[in-house]
Design a protein around this ligand. Structure first.
Ligand SMILES: [Zn+2]
Length: 188
């Protein structure tokens, strides 16, 4: 069975104390709306995540979703909130992001030096900057447009095999994470 996930990530650096505070904020937001509940049946093959969908999950997704009831019974439909900095890769969805000004694809340097800049970003925490070939705009890789490109950051919230989240829900999660944020939609 093919699987997918959606991760909302804070890109801006945060101290470990800040990250802990942010995690509490995100968790409380999702719990207060009953979007998630503690997963009382955790198991590697069935539900590995710390959180499971709650009754409020229906209101957190784009309406209408005709497979929502089936979704509640599927394996691996949990939610995880991560505090440690990590790499979020779109796997089979992978594509270069687009310029927020002219929608051109990221320059060839993005693809050609992918492994190098990704490793540097992870190792030293400096998010790379790319310049647009078409219009000259340049910006941090997380400020390019798209949700099918690799990102690094913390904290992050991953929804596993969920229907698409509503724009309002996504906006609220981004606000709870604070600072610059990004989204990675993965498929594998
Ligand atoms: Zn451009």
């Amino acid at each position: 069975m093919s699987e997918h996930s959606l991760t909302v990530i804070r890109l801006e650096n945060a101290s470990s104390a800040e990250r802990e505070e942010i995690i509490v904020g995100v968790r409380d937001l999702l719990l207060a709306r009953a979007v998630i509940l503690p997963n009382d049946r955790r198991g590697a093959l069935w539900q590995p995540s710390e959180w499971k969908p709650g009754p409020g999950a229906r209101r957190a997704v784009v309406e209408p979703v005709d497979w929502f009831d089936a979704f509640l019974d599927t394996a691996n439909n949990g939610v995880d909130i991560y505090g440690d900095r990590d790499v979020y890769h779109p796997v089979e969805n992978d594509e270069a992001p687009r310029c927020p000004h002219c929608a051109a694809s990221a320059p060839t340097a993005y693809t050609d030096s992918y492994g190098d800049w990704l490793q540097e970003w992870f190792a030293d925490g400096r998010e790379p900057v790319f310049a647009c070939d078409r219009c000259g705009w340049s910006g941090l890789v997380g400020d390019w447009t798209g949700q099918f490109s690799v990102l690094i950051g913390a904290p992050a919230v991953t929804f596993r095999n969920w229907p698409p989240l509503s724009p309002a829900m996504t906006t609220d999660i981004r606000a709870a994470l604070g600072g610059r944020t990004g989204i990675v939609a993965s498929h594998w």
